[in-house]
Ligand binder design. Structure first.
Ligand code: HBI
Ligand code: FE
Length: 290
């Protein structure tokens, strides 16, 4: 059965504990699994200079994470806890939304403990240890991201009760997973979904195909996204402190307006958008033709 990012299929793994955490089981990783990590790590480390934002690179440098082995969560947590009060906890895969939000609200980042298969390096059905640890943890070393993701966890529980979860999830998607920002006049990536992807870390910045548009909260809350392919549009924040400003805003009136307005297609551009790059759309046109 096909699972996707926003739901659990029947027959999925049952939780070993109410918060769905499990031991990482570091000693159980095989040589093949460590080798998969190494392949992914070395590929990404070649691509990220000049593409990832300064904060991602700095976070990575300060972490006990290298090419040779899948990181030991205890060792990572020693550094991460001291820096921003965050820690990672191991989970078997996607966890229910309320469980996910509750962890984030308490500065625990749920990370898959498994790694993708060597013959599926660019295919991810669920977030694995490479996406979660390589993609998310360097940014969790940054105080602005640290506070923003905690606020997302707190806001998630509230949005769920109010019926605005899709609107909030779009904000997470277009920032924490696929966000770009400007640094010294150039676009850089900070989203974990792109930082951890060999193909999309290039596509999001180098390709003429996708749109690159100035981030606007209410606009993003209306924008559908793709879970099955590269994004058609990337949104660009001013800098990471802009995310910190969002933690000070009451989202409720924004949700109301966003929900009342028409939904926007992933590739759609509005006359009011500040467009950094108007995409040709060539990639998705071609993908659709097949
Ligand atoms: N569970 N482990 C894990 N990782 C996620 O990124 C995740 C999740 N459960 C729900 C979820 N993400 C999203 O659907 C929410 O942000 C809405
Ligand atoms: Fe993620």
């Amino acid at each position: 059965m096909k699972k996707h990012k926003h739901g659990l299929a029947a027959g999925d793994i049952q939780p070993a504990s109410p918060d769905w955490t499990i031991p990482q089981g570091w000693e159980n990783y095989t040589d093949t699994e460590h080798a998969t990590w190494k392949t992914l790590f070395e590929r990404q480390c070649k691509l990220l200079p000049g593409r990832a934002c300064d904060e991602f690179v700095a976070g990575m440098q300060d972490l006990p994470m290298g090419a040779e082995q899948i990181p030991d969560f205890d060792e990572v947590n020693e550094v991460l806890l001291k820096r921003t009060g965050w820690q990672i906890v191991a989970v078997p895969g996607l966890v229910p939304d309320d469980v996910f939000f509750n962890h984030l609200a308490n500065r625990r980042f749920p990370s898959g403990n498994f790694i993708r298969r060597p013959d599926e390096l660019d295919y991810l059905e669920e977030p694995d240890v490479f996406h979660d640890v390589f993609g998310h943890v360097p940014m969790l070393m940054n105080p602005a991201i640290a506070d923003f993701i905690q606020a997302y966890g707190e806001g998630g529980l509230r949005a769920q009760q109010l019926g605005f979860l899709p609107q909030l999830a779009r904000v997470y998607w277009y920032t924490i997973e696929f966000g770009l920002l400007k640094q010294r006049g150039e676009l850089r990536l900070f989203g974990a979904g792109i930082a951890s992807s060999f193909t999309e870390s290039q596509f999001c910045l180098d390709s003429d195909s996708p749109n690159r548009i100035r981030f606007d909260l209410e606009r993003v809350m209306r924008t559908l996204y793709r879970i099955d392919d590269f994004q058609e549009t990337y949104f660009v924040i001013r800098d990471l402190d802009e995310l910190l400003e969002f933690t000070q805003i009451d989202f409720a009136p924004l949700y109301e307006r966003a929900q009342a307005a028409p939904e926007l297609q992933p590739g759609q551009i509005l006359p009011t958008d500040e467009v950094f790059h108007r995409g040709t759309g060539a990639y998705h046109r071609k993908a659709q033709a097949h």
